[in-house]
Ligand binder design. Structure first.
Ligand code: ARG
Length: 565
């Protein structure tokens, strides 16, 4: 129900556009004043009366109905009260009939959105720095699908660059097949770190590494077999984490996929007079736009990260004909994306305006004393996401052991809770904010956390198991707790829309928290099971609707709900 529109249609003020009335409707700061209000100051000129008189006149001609039960004039404002029962009935019947689909829409019908996210680097550890892009991107992917868009998830793998020549060198020099098979990316990282240490003393190693890299590019069989093996190992490992975080992709076309797709772009840049020589390299000059030049080809003829992104953008437009293409990448790459968007614009691609950099802040981990855990890829002191998840699993297991030791299948639940806590924490704030999290904070069952929401949902499940099916509640008069809860549930569709418009999954996180806290208030103030029939039936339906709202929200975020907790 769009109350703003409803108010506008009902008042039908002569000479004033309905859209304008609707957009003037506000939510009063104090709920006691009403659920919605219309300031009448704007209409004074057209209606040639004082705002106070206008409000009084409109209030006098108002007739209550099943949607709005009252309208009062106060100092030039009209205050409306929603018909409690009307809203509650409409909400419950909608939520319960739509179930898993509640909150979804068809607003994106016929539209395609490409989402480039996670985009990991081959043979590099999947560390805590990849958490945000993975879970923000994953949430956006599900949100867009939920709203009827054709969403295309793309993992733009970092699988190109001289580092692979170095890795081949290191593997040939000190590697062992079995050790790599067993140790996976950790072992590859160890080799890579060793390469860096030793090459500081021995500069000729870099020439060798470059030669290996060239061999990969030239299609040399052995080098490509090794390279593809490294890639396989990386993907196999990361698949496990993706599964746990409920992440999926439609394409794994990474940087090397564009090897043969850059030349046409370079030719086009040349043809359009955009390519300039600079110290032997080829660049696009962006000084008119206050940006450093975009490097297209190095002096040795090698392409760059930007060259591949230009080719990738063109390829995606050709292949998917997207309406929007999102890049969920840390804000450190702001300049990179501004540059490539500008270059595409200069090439005359009118769709360059549809490319959006979804930037996010840094994630770091705090130790027991609240100090930031230091991280450096070079030294191999990274905080692996896998380890963070594992630690959260074991810590939630401890909590469960102490709170509910008889729980069945504790391990599975501890996993769902630990992982849920990490995802929820990463999606709890506006994405651009830097976040530093500590295990205790994100796992606090009473805080603004994933476990708190999961616990609420599990509690509802338990009420429903005990409460049975229920039935009619005709004639029941809901109280304020019940109304506030139902009213919050009814906003879910708007929440989903705002999350999409603002590209902010945290609207959904916040919704889940709000519903949980309203539910808990309702639950502590009101009995359910022991109540007389009508009341019990109503409350059971309200519980069911609450569970649908929380489940749908958590599913969008990639978080599972334990049956019991
Ligand atoms: N692999 C890159 C990194 O870790 C991110 C790639 C983002 N996507 C893109 N199309 N540039 O920094």
């Amino acid at each position: 129900m769009d109350y703003r529109k409803y108010v506008a249609e009902k008042l039908n003020i002569e000479g004033v556009d309905m859209g304008e009335i609707a957009s003037s409707v506000v939510v009063p700061p104090d709920k006691a004043m009403g659920d919605y209000a219309l300031p009448c100051f704007k209409f004074a000129k057209i209606m040639r009366r004082s705002p106070v008189a206008i409000a009084e006149q409109l209030a006098a001609s108002f007739t209550p109905d099943g949607v709005l039960e009252s309208c009062e004039a106060v100092n030039g404002y009209l205050n409306f009260r929603i018909n409690r029962l009307g809203l509650i009935k409409e909400t419950l019947s909608k939520v319960l009939s739509e179930g898993e689909k509640y909150g979804s829409s068809e607003r994106g019908k016929g539209k395609t959105v490409c989402i480039d996210y996670s985009s990991i680097n081959v043979a590099k550890p999947f560390h805590i720095g990849h958490l945000s892009t993975t879970v923000i991107g994953g949430a956006l992917y599900r949100l867009f699908k939920f709203a009827g868009y054709n969403a295309v998830g793309i993992n733009h793998l970092g699988d190109y660059g001289t580092q692979f020549g170095k890795l081949i060198y290191a593997y040939k020099a000190w590697g062992d097949k079995k050790a790599v098979e067993e140790g996976g990316v950790k072992e590859l990282t160890r080799l890579y770190v060793r390469y860096h240490k030793e090459s500081e003393e021995n500069k000729s190693m870099d020439d060798e590494a470059r030669r290996y890299f060239k061999l990969i590019e030239e299609g040399d069989k052995e080098c490509n077999e090794l390279f593809n093996w490294f890639k396989e190992i990386t993907l196999k490992e990361v698949e496990k984490i993706y599964e746990e975080l409920d992440i999926s992709f439609d394409s794994y076309a990474g940087e090397s996929f564009y090897n043969d797709k850059m030349q046409p772009v370079i030719d086009e840049l040349e043809r359009k007079g955009l390519l300039k020589e600079s110290e032997g390299a080829k660049i696009v000059d962006l000084s008119d736009y206050d940006m450093p030049p975009c490097l297209i080809l190095r002096s040795d003829g090698a392409s760059l990260y930007a060259t591949r992104d230009l080719a990738a953008a063109c390829y995606r437009k050709d292949t998917y004909d997207f309406d929007k293409c999102l890049y969920v990448v840390a804000y450190q790459q702001n300049l990179h994306f501004r540059q490539i968007y500008k270059v595409l614009e200069l090439m005359g691609k009118d769709w360059a305006k549809d490319l959006v950099h979804v930037a996010y802040g840094m994630v770091s981990l705090l130790d027991e004393n609240g100090n930031q855990v230091a991280m450096s890829t070079r030294n191999g002191t990274v905080v692996l996401l896998e380890d963070v998840l594992k630690k959260c699993h074991s810590k939630s297991l401890e909590v469960i052991e102490s709170k509910n030791p008889d729980l069945e299948d504790k391990e599975t639940i501890a996993k769902q809770v630990g992982t849920g806590a990490v995802i929820f924490a990463a999606l709890s704030n506006s994405k651009i904010k830097d976040i530093a999290f500590s295990y205790d904070k994100i796992l606090n069952f009473d805080g603004e956390t994933g476990p708190y929401v999961q616990y609420t949902a599990a509690r509802i499940k338990s009420v429903l198991r005990k409460g049975g099916i229920g039935g009619s509640y005709e004639g029941y008069e809901p109280n304020e707790d019940e109304y506030q809860l139902a009213s919050a549930i009814s906003t879910f569709g708007e929440v989903v829309n705002s999350a999409i418009d603002k590209l902010e999954p945290f609207y959904v996180t916040r919704f889940a928290l709000e519903i949980s806290s309203l539910f808990n208030k309702f639950y502590f103030d009101n009995k359910i099971i022991g109540e007389e029939e009508k009341t019990r039936n109503f409350r059971l339906d309200l519980c069911r609707a609450t569970l649908v709202a929380i489940s749908n929200a958590l599913t969008l975020l990639g978080i599972k709900i334990p049956e019991r907790m």
